[in-house]
Ligand binder design. Sequence first.
Ligand code: 2IT
Length: 450
Amino acid sequence: MNAYLERTIENVKSKYANEPEFVQTVEEVLSSLEPVIEKHPEYENADLLGRMVEPERMFTFRVAWMADDGSWHTNTGYRCQFNGAIGPYKGGLRFQKNVYPGIIKFLGFEQIFKNSLTGLPIGGGKGGSDFDPAGKSDAEIMRFCQSYMQALYRYIGPDVDVPAGDMGVGAREIGYLFGEYRRLKGTFENGVLTGKGFSYGGSRIRPEATGYGAVYYLENVLKHEGESIKDKTIACAGFGNVTWGICKKAFQLGAKVVTLSGPDGYVYDPEGVATEEKVNYLLEMRDSGRNRVQDYADKFPGTTFYPGEKPWGVKVDICMPSAMQNDVHMEHAKKIAEAGVKYYIEVANMPTTNDALKYLMDCDNMIVAPSKAVNAGGVATSALEMSQNSERLVWSAEEVDKQLKQIMDTIYNMSVEAAEEYGLGYNLVAGANIAGFQRVADAMMAQGVF
Ligand code: 2IT
């Protein structure tokens, strides 16, 4: 391997041994970049890679909040402003018990390249808290969000850093966060957050965008193989916002999502999540806060619940891991290959361990697409929301959807072309890393060393 590349990876490995998710994404991205680094020896002198793996700024803050019983609790808030070379920092907030710097930094690092791939002017950032939303009342969520924003508001803004949702942060939380920002600043700067409700500056299609975008990307992959999405079976994981969007679009296009998963196991629905009632039920499941996928099997006859198991190994045409990081390990990858799956389309951020991803990419007849390209429709539509906010305009659903589709087609084409340019053949994983990297690298080189 290129010595500079290898040294950068080794430095991150030894420095951040206690942040394995961050090390994992750095290894995955950087190891794709060998031909680019070989072609650009000037990067080493400017320590471009060393700077790229170091966040421009990252901070923690105290978030104290009162529970309904009057007791006080304290959590850690995070924001990582990873790379601002091509635009204001942009990326979601994740509220989940397991959040720690390694999770925020892996998500932030992925976000840099994903945002770059959209072709829009957005830098990479991520934030969140180790707050556990499970079982919290609406009033508790509101007080937590208000306290969180009291600590964060000075450091964000429509031209500075624009947070959005991620796991545990949906339209409700964004509403409370925005209300507190507006109250503190005394200005209506709705471009400071995306994923807002439609009544105060949210974009049409933003809730659906990540799932829709993933399906638009998938259609490009299928087209390359001379196939169409109609009648295809898809294994999804999770049942949250992203999986809901995939189910909705797949249903519209005549494909069937036959599995969903949760912390309790997975469900198999041979008829697919392919009625309006079923698609809408996913929203109910999410809003119930029960975090149980078994509820789906209990509600719809003819479906089976497999407690404690994952859907990897079910015979389908397409796997779309859309739940969370490191959901698919080597043992699952082998089962996916054995089941004769032809398309492995990552959707969640880093859903595959690095060894499992390499295994799947090396399988004959398996096409692998990386999440940072496939799920970029979400943040791309956030950038469209920012555009509408700054222009004080509202675009129709058709207009946003049309732009989303165009962006996904462009991301796919740019990835294909970048891999080909460096002699890597049809490699969507390396292509996305290279295309995403190149734009940020050019901007950083142009702006001087800091
Ligand atoms: O992972 C992601 O891209 C997101 N959670 C969405 C970020 C955004 O700013 O819309």
